[in-house]
Design a protein around this ligand. Sequence first.
Ligand code: DP6
Length: 349
Amino acid sequence: MEQKAATATASPNIAFVKYWGKRDERLILPYNSSISMTLDDSLNTVTSVLFSKELQNDRFFINGEEQELADKETAERFGVVGILRRMAGNGEHALVVSRNSFPTASGLASSASGTAALVFACSKALGLEMKARELSIVARQGSGSSCRSMFGGIVMWKRGRKEDGTDSYARRIASERQWPDLVDVIAIVSTERKRVLSRSGMRQTVESSALYKARTKFAESNAKEMIKAVKTKDFAGMAGIIMRESNDMHAVMLDTFPPIFYLNDSSKEIMAAIHELNGSMGKIVAAYTFDAGPNAHIITLRENEAAVREALRKVQGIKEVKTAGIGSGPKTLPESDSLIDAGRLMPKS
Ligand code: DP6
């Protein structure tokens, strides 16, 4: 029996300049460019894909649970499999088995690493020889932020201008070797699933926030400044933009009607603790940033990790603190790491 299979791993990315709002919902084209750091494999998604004539339909398992492919959100994300299947001229169904090393949908960007690993594994299983930029265009159509996880280091997702999205892709602006000591100290204050998913949340913001127009201009100019700071190794410059970007995105979330709140009291205490730390050090040594959830990402240099952890100790409600370094992007894994039992066409138990 002929089977096309591959296993890949990808990591989440944490945005320094945020993506929040689509100018094209179907192709997932953003209003502004965004920039992120890809994390190392201390947080990761492993995904195995197998295409086979023996399969009666597509099946998708995450962390042992079968996903409902009739569900709109899941179908939209799974759409990348269809795109790659068409590119390869393959008509077989797919079995996809995925495992996250961290809580799903809690603001730790599981959709980014999940979609990036899915696209990477599918392209390999189908024998498609694709460059990372082309893979980023496919990943973007499953989940916008995932296109930035197709590269390691510090990565920009260019907004692009074309209607067909061919100029809206990710590219690396600095390799992990240029910023080897950059870390993300993650303070987990909640592992609950988010109440408002980013997909519908950002749609509501675009539709109802009067401040949103100003946000897209601010973000685009922040992206330009961020590139300069990254290239000149200006940590304080980067950190200032990171914090303002997070605050600005959460401000338009609040300006959405009805308002969307992702931050909780612990998140706000963490923001104050980081400003206090920077004040006491007499320079900016750390920056907080939050995605669509209350968990904090504190971006700092390895030499200041201990000071950041100490500052977090005073905050109420932190359940766990973990540090991720800067990562090198998706990788294929050997067959022995496959999550699929190819004989039974089922996830390995
Ligand atoms: C808040 O990529 O999850 O993390 O494109 O609808 O799948 P969809 O949204 P998603 O958006 C996440 C946005 C963010 C900020 C960011 O990562 O830039």
